[in-house]
Design a protein around this ligand. Sequence first.
Ligand SMILES: Cc1ncc(COP(=O)(O)O)c(C=O)c1O
Length: 393
Amino acid sequence: MLEEILGLVRKHEDWRVKGCLNLIPSENVMSPAVRSLLCSDLGHRYTSTDRFYMGTKFVDKIELYGEKLAEEVFEAETADLRPLSGHIANWIFLSTWASSHDKVLCVSADDGGYPGVWKEGLTSLLGLQVVGFPFSKRRMNIEANEAAELVRREKPKIVIFGASLFLFPHPVQEVTEAASEVGATVGYDGSHVLGLIAGKTFQQPLKEGACILYGSTHKSFFGPQGGIIVADKQHGESVKKRLFPMFVDNAHWNRIAALTLALAEMKAFGKRYAEQVVRNAQTLAKVLYDDGFPVMCPEQGFTQSHQVLLDYGGYKQGMKIARELERANIIADCGVRLGACEVTRRGMRESEMEKIAEFIKRQVADKEKPERMRKEVMKLVQEFQQVEYCFDA
Ligand SMILES: Cc1ncc(COP(=O)(O)O)c(C=O)c1O
């Protein structure tokens, strides 16, 4: 049994780390030092806000250290590293500022919004009504003026910016005035773009009017899988009051220690990393577009985030393309979304993006033999096994 379990993990690692081009925009890699903290003794321990458990004197310091770093990196008044994931952070936000039958305004799942808050997700669990932003699929963005009008008309309790298919900054500033007129709380689900926000290469939601910024810490942000909430003082304190014992009992301290170190890496290297991520995504998009791929938003310069979107007209056709790519060890999703964060963290730059676009063309358009493609993909991947934008440990 032992051999079987270890063997499966080894096979996965050999394939995905040493053999694949990992282009899923929800994924990234941790530095070896951050990763090592996940295996520390902290992963065995309990603490609780009501001080029930002893033995926590160093854990308490790590928590404060992490919160302070997050406040610096996101220029926020408060931070909480305990939410277990981006999804849980959405739940905390929704249930703190809305109650049964209240309206929530966000990007609809059809327009690339996060399905986890849409009709079959958290809003349904909490008995909330969900309304979609007016949205331009051509520009892949919220229609700012119409959205402000809609806010005044519908008077939602909560407005959520951010999305899963996320190319360009959302009009936070333009809509926030209407939101404050009707007393709506404005949140920003930065799950996808958190690393770019931290690296000051995307919009700064807390400066543009959002009261609370939250999301996953493992997509464009290169921390361990988990969640985070940063906010102004008033909203941050409301979250802290409810977090325990309602949403998190024991926090995962190994993850929080790892996230603290990732925040330190982001503080030191985040700008350089985020700028390279966006340059890489833009290069990948442009070369694919020139090769005849249906890359979205050419008129807007394709992307200002880590994502490149290929429009194959839906999930079914997208899955065909994603499967085709997987045969060549190029890992994407059925969106079809391609993400530049992980390959950037491994040190790839514009010339490698040109190479990746060439691989994609040869596999999808030219239908070259997958065995041959796999060999070439693996050769490139093996030249980029290090993790960059981190401290020498
Ligand atoms: C916009 C958005 N928010 C939240 C989530 C959920 O994040 P997590 O997987 O950390 O729960 C996702 C998932 O990919 C997402 O796209």
